[in-house]
Design a protein around this ligand. Structure first.
Ligand code: SIN
Length: 285
């Protein structure tokens, strides 16, 4: 599709585009919104530069992509319960989102999209990596596709395989964010197909990560782990990836159905502040 209302610049071969000239203050149901949704489906991750977004703007833009979802592990902002702050202070060592994952796959209806808006970014570093899990699926052998077709993954919010310990230890190390519910984390568990089909494009993708998928339904954790790790490591091969650089006033929107992401923790000594909203609760199929 040709883009007429914005300048769309692909950032890598597999996924990702930077968007210039889109005015997210536009309240009409104009062609710009159609093109924005099209770019989201085509590139999976769109980094929209040069915005000045209030909390209300963020809710309105999110609404173009679906109903808002609660994030169970951080308190929402005053008057905006669906928007959470993602902050790393200058003197903090641990960051939020630094292992490969797709957002909240341990919910029964995980969000189709995440919106992340940058308020303050480090002088260097603090980029986010993304991979295209539909391209990763396509690249599997016919034998592996057959083996995993029909497998159901059990996703947990407990972060039991996280380096440094499970969710409570992670929350303690982060310290400054309004994190909550670490004691209930193991109770957030959902079963979803390992191979899912995108409802808009019909494309199959891998829906699995070593961080959240603890086993396959009907299998032990021990039996499942080698294949979960193989699929995770396959997804994060460089040829399926792109890197998003941030600047204040940038809104990045990604498709959780076809991507994994990883917030790089390489900016100790600098502050980074973002606002995050997930939208579009959807049962993966
Ligand atoms: C997230 O995992 O949702 C946060 C990503 C980031 O801060 O770059």
């Amino acid at each position: 599709m040709a883009y007429e209302t914005m300048d769309v610049r692909p950032t890598a071969g597999a996924l990702g585009a930077e968007i210039y000239g889109a005015n997210l203050k536009d309240r009409d149901d104009s062609r710009m919104w159609i093109e924005l949704r099209q770019a989201f489906l085509e590139y999976h991750v769109i980094a929209i530069r040069g915005q000045d977004m209030s909390l209300e703007d963020m809710m309105r833009v999110g609404g173009k992509f679906g109903e808002p979802c609660y994030y169970p592990f951080a308190k929402g902002m005053d008057g905006y319960p669906y928007i959470t702050e993602v902050i790393k202070e200058k003197d903090q060592r641990e960051n939020f989102g630094s292992d490969w994952h797709t957002d909240t796959m341990y919910l029964q209806k995980p969000p189709r999209a995440t919106l992340l808006y940058a308020l303050e970014t480090p002088a260097r570093g603090g980029d986010t990596l993304y991979v295209n899990t539909a391209a990763a699926y396509d690249a599997l052998s016919a034998g592996m596709k057959k083996l995993i077709e029909g497998l159901v993954g059990v996703a947990s919010g407990g972060l039991k395989h996280k380096k440094g310990g499970p969710r409570a230890a992670h929350h303690d190390r982060i310290g400054n964010m309004a994190l909550q519910n670490a004691d209930k984390a193991d109770g957030f568990e959902a079963r979803h197909p390992i191979v899912r089909t995108h409802p808009d494009t019909g494309r199959k993708s891998l829906y699995v990560s070593s961080l959240h998928t603890i086993r396959f339904d009907g299998f032990t954790e021990e039996e499942s782990k080698p294949l979960i790790d193989f699929l995770n490591d396959h997804c994060i091969e460089p040829e399926f990836s792109c890197r998003v650089r941030w600047e204040p006033g940038q809104l990045t929107i990604w498709d959780n159905r076809t991507t994994l992401h990883n917030a790089i923790n390489d900016y100790h000594g600098y502050r980074r502040q973002m606002r995050r909203l997930t939208v579009g609760p959807e049962v993966p199929a």
